[in-house]
Write a protein that binds this ligand. Structure first.
Ligand code: RIB
Length: 296
């Protein structure tokens, strides 16, 4: 069982479904509303836990009802929340519009922006106990940097899902074992918006996996050969959290080697879009294995 430490955000997702996305300045009647647990950190933690990993999460919730509900939910999912602090103020939220399987997301970070390097220092034991450390960019960059330092200090592989994307300092990129951007985040993160992603991928064998929605994932093997792991065909209901499911699964299956971990993460990501909510469709290990057997 892989021990995964996730350092990341915890949000309540406020989700409106609509027959199409509203245009700028337009008022449109939606079809439905629901709240779902979300946040890239929490989503990735739940994805890994459902797939059988032993998961601990470091992050912050606010001292409000969303914070209490999210903590209780994560604990029910088997995520160790001893490193989740309750801080004054509101819990992070995401306002999400879902239409035809696609989504548009606006995040208000709230408590997530109170995660400090000191918080991570106080939880150093969690880095020692982990096999893999997984983080994203919905928390302050100072916390991401400290997570990278602590992972390096304890010689743990660090997976960084650079979402939402910002150009990243070279010193942080150097510390990361595996970067997992999607096709948009990839070029933003490297501050090379017009570059050829295939060439950039080939320059980073074994260090970068680029997800490409329903097309699957691309990565480079040693000697720069490009590998494409095709996506799995499914009926998409809600693509929110597909990337998070991919990342949680990748961390959980990393000990199986990059190719096999990417294949399984791809399948988990595909299954995740078949039900509403970021975490709604995340498969259990048994569901994932049944799906893969069916596709073999
Ligand atoms: O990646 C999907 C997630 O992004 C949502 O759950 C939302 O909370 C935002 O963080």
């Amino acid at each position: 069982m892989t021990r995964v430490l996730v350092v990341g955000s915890i949000n309540m997702d406020l989700v409106v479904t609509a027959r199409r996305m509203p245009k700028l300045g337009e008022t449109l009647l939606g079809d439905g509303f629901a709240t779902h647990p979300g946040g890239k950190g929490a989503n990735q933690a739940v994805a890994a836990a459902r797939l059988g990993a032993e998961v601990a999460l470091l992050g912050c919730v606010g001292d409000d009802a969303f914070g209490r509900d999210l903590r209780a939910h994560l604990e029910r999912e088997g995520v160790d929340c001893r490193g989740v602090a309750t801080v004054p103020g509101p819990t992070g939220i995401a306002a999400i519009t879902v239409s035809g399987g696609d989504n548009a997301i606006l995040v208000v970070p709230g408590a997530n922006h109170q995660l400090t390097p000191a918080h991570l220092d106080a939880a150093e034991q969690a880095f020692i106990d982990a096999d893999v450390v997984l983080t994203q960019l919905e928390i302050p960059l100072a916390a991401v940097r400290r997570a990278a330092e602590l992972a390096a200090r304890h010689k743990k592989p660090l997976l960084l899902n650079p979402a939402p994307a910002v150009p990243l300092p070279e010193e942080l990129l150097q510390r990361v074992t595996l970067l997992t951007p999607n096709e948009h985040e990839f070029l933003t993160m490297l501050a090379q918006p017009d570059a050829d992603w295939r060439a950039l991928l080939a320059e980073r064998p074994g260090k970068l996996v680029m997800t490409h929605g329903k097309h699957g994932a691309y990565f480079a093997l040693a000697r720069g050969q490009l590998r494409h792991q095709p996506g799995f065909e499914v009926q998409a209901v809600d693509s929110t959290g597909a990337g998070d499911t991919f990342n949680g699964a990748l961390a959980a299956f990393l000990p199986l080697g990059l190719e096999e971990a990417v294949r399984r993460a791809n399948a988990a990501g595909a299954l995740s879009v078949t039900r509403p909510g970021a975490q709604g469709g995340m498969p259990t290990l048994a569901e994932l294995e049944a799906f893969l057997e069916n596709k073999a």
